[in-house]
Design a protein around this ligand. Structure first.
Ligand code: DON
Length: 304
């Protein structure tokens, strides 16, 4: 199976590069709007310890909302189940930056992967810590999980989002009005924009995902019970209002980001990172979603 995977990834890379429907880069963050959408990379870590990659798998990209999985992992490690008093665990069925349900549900975001929920998670991470220390905690988590200390924040992307992040500013203020934000809005958002601006390669991200996939030999970053819960949330909420469709077509837990990355988990079998910066109408990587479906079908990796 191992040699077959490498040649499959090479074929998939060629097939995707021959297509023209890359989607559209996220233009509401000016620094991301400048990126060429016609790029594709994929890296897969298997349970036997092998790593397979193709295309732009070693190019750094902005992980954006994929960081929400790691801030949640840090918070779960710190305060455990208490976080669920402040944020729910249900799919929202609305866009990642929607404010609609927040009024109806009195300031308790539906889940930790929509922006409002992630802003609450980041607020929790700031308890007893400065923004700098909270960010260091996330970077330390990623470095230890990847076994690679060359993971950084792109300050230009963070500044670019801070200058134009009017929806997140609205969401954070709205959360504050309901008493569901403990720290000053600018501290929480400053931390949130910087965590989203962490840049990684597919190879680094796939190596981090080994801990969530529970692969043998992965660094022990969380208990198996916590990993199961992260997988459940990624399956039900990881692709926002396209989560049902992603589960239908791919059948694996995944988390997307507007930088065009997808972290995909085949529990016990593989950790996969895919990057292609052109997005579909839901804000998820267009070619990344396609590649996830092709890979899962080829390897018969559905959890169903
Ligand atoms: O808060 C935002 O809008 C971005 N920093 C992250 C959004 C995101 O990645 C949604 N993903 N598909």
């Amino acid at each position: 199976m191992t040699p077959d995977l490498s040649s499959f990834l090479a074929r998939l890379d060629q097939e995707i590069r021959a297509r023209a429907d890359w989607g559209k880069v996220a233009d509401y963050i000016p620094e991301l709007a400048r990126i060429d959408p016609a790029q594709f990379g994929i890296a897969v870590c298997l349970a036997d310890g092998s790593l397979h990659q193709a295309g732009d798998a070693q190019k750094r990209f902005s992980i954006q909302s994929i960081s929400k999985v790691f801030s949640l992992a840090c918070v779960l490690g710190r305060i455990g189940e208490q976080i669920w008093t402040r944020v729910g665990r249900e799919p929202s069925g609305s866009r990642f930056d929607s404010i609609l349900l927040l009024e109806q549900e009195k300031g308790r975001p539906r889940n930790p992967f929509i922006n409002a929920g992630a802003i609450v998670t980041t607020d929790e991470l700031l308890t007893g810590r400065s923004p700098r220390d909270a960010l260091s905690e996330i970077i330390a988590f990623l470095s230890a999980a990847a076994g690679d200390s060359d993971i950084h924040i792109d300050k230009h992307v963070a500044a670019s989002e801070a200058a134009t992040g009017f929806r997140n500013i609205a969401l954070a203020n709205y959360l504050k009005s309901f008493g569901n934000l403990k720290h000053p809005v600018d501290h929480v958002l400053g931390t949130y924009f910087h965590q989203c601006a962490i840049e990684m390669t597919c190879v680094q991200l796939a190596r981090v995902g080994r801990c969530i996939a529970g692969l043998p030999g992965a660094p022990q970053m969380m208990t198996p019970a916590k990993a199961r819960r992260l997988n459940a949330l990624m399956m039900s909420c990881g692709h926002y209002d396209a989560s049902g469709d992603f589960a239908f077509h791919v059948g694996l837990p995944g988390k997307s980001g507007v930088g065009g990355g997808i972290l995909l988990i085949a529990p016990g079998r593989a950790s996969i990172a895919i990057w292609s910066p052109g997005l579909n109408g839901y804000g998820n990587s267009q070619m990344g979603s396609h590649a996830a479906e092709r890979l899962a079908q080829h390897m018969e990796w559905s959890v169903f």
